[in-house]
Design a protein around this ligand. Structure first.
Ligand SMILES: Cc1cc2nc3c(=O)[nH]c(=O)nc-3n(C[C@H](O)[C@H](O)[C@H](O)COP(=O)(O)O)c2cc1C
Length: 340
């Protein structure tokens, strides 16, 4: 059942057409006609989960648990290794059993990336601490992502309807697991209020996974016909809004900007308005499934090249300087920030 669902999520993702707005288009960055640096001076390395990575980009959680996802995870992890960037696997709930074949579709990521790679485990935030440890051990992960996905669950026919006690569970995991915990959404965003609650139970890494990219209400809607949920497609906190608001929390909270990150402009703007890292899921998956490994690899290479061009045009030689860039907000984003 879970295996079928994972496959349907990937297939239906490719069939989605609705385009929400991240509101990153409402972030304005000023051109610098006099950058005092050369292109080759630009350094994109950054520190994440105790390791140096070459670019502030994560291939974010998507899949695992079948032959089909073994291939996807193998290809994505080859790319992550080549570019020395972190990669998260999809939810490992499906592999918390004795099925070695199922586990292999997750293990391939660590096998490909080797000891130096940054590999991130993934479970839902209701997971028991023993399962979190199993998921971490399975792929010798550097950290665990715990996903919050109430909007997806409630539109999923067989989805969960119980959401009480999740915050306490997260606090318990943070206290006992002994590895960094990243709490993430799956495309509906994390508000400042939710981020504050998470911060207060000890969470220091939040992936805001905002609205404007992959839309799980649409993905689930394509799976069934009994209720039409298309009127809910506009639900969620746009990525830019979630980031700016969550950035008001203390600096020791690391923010991962994800949800609708497709190109170099999205990456640069997300880092400027508050992200320590950005996460890409749907876009790289599309390149992979439409054109294969080389296509996905080239997408990332070109995106990184353009990211460096934008850093030059802002006059910023490294990620720290980039993150300190001034910006202006316009339009709907400005209205939403002013009303909050
Ligand atoms: C096919 C697919 C499967 C996903 N599966 C998971 C998952 O198992 N666990 C999780 O935390 N997020 C999952 N996600 C959500 C992504 O990690 C990310 O939060 C979300 O897609 C928003 O980013 P995007 O707009 O770049 O796709 C999945 C996304 C896609 C496209």
């Amino acid at each position: 059942m879970r295996e079928k669902r994972k496959r349907e999520h990937v297939e239906n993702y490719l069939r989605t057409t609705y385009k929400g707005a991240t509101l990153l288009e409402n972030v304005f960055l000023e051109h610098n006609a006099l950058p005092d640096l050369n292109f080759e001076d630009i350094d994109t390395k950054t520190f994440f989960l105790g390791k140096i990575v070459d670019y502030p980009i994560i291939i974010n959680a998507m899949t695992g648990g079948s032959d089909f996802s073994w291939e996807i995870n193998r290809d994505l992890s080859l790319i992550a290794k080549e570019f020395n960037i972190p990669m998260a696997v999809g939810s490992q709930t499906i592999a918390l059993c004795d099925d070695e074949e199922c586990k292999s579709s997750f293990k391939i990521v660590r096998q490909t990336m080797g000891d130096n790679g940054t590999v991130i485990a993934n479970l839902n935030a209701q997971a028991a601490i023993e399962d979190v440890k199993k998921a971490l051990d399975m792929i010798e992960a550097d950290a665990i992502q715990l996903h919050l996905n109430p909007a997806q669950e409630v539109v999923m026919l067989e989805g969960d309807r119980h959401f009480r006690g999740i915050l306490d569970n997260i606090g318990n995991i943070v206290e006992k697991v002994g590895k960094p915990v990243i709490v993430k959404e799956v495309g509906f965003g994390i508000s400042k209020e939710v981020a504050t609650k998470l911060y207060n139970v000890g969470v220091r890494n939040i992936d805001i996974s905002g609205y404007g990219g992959t839309n799980f209400i649409e993905i689930e809607n394509i799976r069934y016909n009994n209720i039409d949920f298309s009127d809910l497609y506009s639900w969620g906190i746009p990525t830019a809004l979630a980031l700016i608001k969550c950035r008001e929390l203390p600096k020791e909270l690391n923010l991962i900007a994800s949800g609708g990150i497709r190109d170099s402009m999205d990456i640069v703007k997300s880092l400027v308005i508050g992200g320590n890292m950005v996460g890409i899921s749907g876009e790289i998956l599309s390149y992979l499934l439409h054109g294969g490994y080389e296509n996905a690899r080239n997408y990332l290479e070109v995106t990184i090249h353009k990211m460096k061009i934008l850093m030059l045009l802002l006059g910023k030689k490294n990620i720290e300087e980039l993150r300190a860039t001034d910006y202006k907000i316009m339009g709907d984003l400005k209205d939403l920030i002013n009303n909050s």
